[in-house]
Design a protein around this ligand. Structure first.
Ligand code: TZP
Length: 228
């Protein structure tokens, strides 16, 4: 199991496509977001070849290490191993969790995308460190999402995890931004389990000022919502 003190409050997931990143440099945007308080980062790139993935991941890892923030690689255990970063995030159609764990070892952080109670309980039982629960809201960043589950579906998953007695960590993903983050955290909570944080792509990567946007989202995550 990965260290239990990983901070999932503000989880940045990268996107290198022109529609989100524009013509900016990914490493510069990630660095700015880290200065704004991002607590964990995932390099997600569905189009680059393996050599380019390793090269960019090395660059990002040098930056995340300076900020003492874990870097995970989306889907690619081989890239995580090549770079020596802190872990991977796997989807339902990627390499299975048990194989990823065997390859990366017990200290690696391994997260799994889940959108149903069944998927969530399976990932918990197989030793996931955290769950990326979603999709919260429809988002142009990922259009092939299986399910839009909203706060109701997310709450159902949190309740099931809690009933299972699992202490797996949780973040939500999909359409999270400064205007909805507090409502999402509040409405998804069940009495015995809350989300540990939010995973954000475009609200930060496409922001004019990624640093101040990250600061704003992090402070909203950490302060109680006005309507609680
Ligand atoms: N998985 C579910 S939704 C999503 C991923 C990777 C993309 C979320 O992007 P955004 O821009 O934060 O809505």
């Amino acid at each position: 199991m990965a260290p239990s003190n990983v901070d999932y409050s503000l989880y940045l997931v990268t996107d290198s496509t022109p529609a989100v990143l524009g013509h900016r440099d990914l490493a510069e945007v990630v660095e700015a977001a880290l200065r704004g308080g991002v607590t964990i980062c995932q390099y997600r790139d569905k189009t680059s070849d393996t050599a380019a993935l390793v090269s960019t991941a090395r660059k990002l890892h040098a930056i995340t290490r300076e900020h003492n923030v874990p870097l995970l690689i989306n889907d690619r255990v081989d890239v995580a191993l090549a770079v020596g970063c802190e872990g991977v995030h796997i989807g339902q159609d990627d390499l299975d969790l048990q194989t990823a764990r065997k390859l990366l070892g017990n200290d690696a952080i391994i997260g799994v995308t889940v959108s149903t109670v069944t998927e969530a309980l399976k990932a918990c039982r197989q030793g996931a460190d955290y769950l990326g629960i979603g999709t919260m809201f429809a988002t142009p960043t990922k259009t092939n999402t299986k399910d839009i589950i909203g706060t109701t579906g997310t709450q159902e998953i949190l309740r099931a995890i809690s009933d299972e007695g699992s202490n797996v960590r949780t973040v939500t993903i999909g359409g999270i931004n400064t205007t909805n983050v507090q409502r999402v955290l509040y409405q998804s909570s069940c009495p015995t389990k809350q989300l540990d944080g939010v995973a954000v792509v475009s609200a930060i990567i496409a922001a004019k000022d990624p640093k101040s946007t990250a600061e704003e989202i992090l402070s909203l995550v950490k302060s109680p919502p006005p309507f609680a």
